[in-house]
Design a protein. Structure first.
Length: 74
């Protein structure tokens, strides 16, 4: 059993936005992050190449998928 299971199940799924583009939703607790990309099947890079590139760039740079909202984004 994962000790953060209940925390994850009760956590919010939040929009994943890069710049002004909404690519999907992210849900994260501790070291587990689940990213759901809009319109993506099992061939993500073929289905949504821009979102796939943003996902890889974020992951490889070590940046979090959940960032605090900036004032100019609201």
């Amino acid at each position: 059993d994962w000790s953060f299971r209940d925390d994850f199940l009760h956590s919010q799924r939040l929009p994943w936005v890069q710049g002004r583009k909404h690519f999907g939703h992210v849900q994260s607790v501790q070291d587990l992050t689940v990213l759901l990309l809009v319109d993506a099947g099992h061939l993500v890079a073929t289905d949504v190449p821009e979102a796939a590139q943003a996902m890889l760039n974020t992951f490889l740079s070590g940046q979090p998928f959940l960032l605090p909202a900036r004032q100019d984004d609201t």
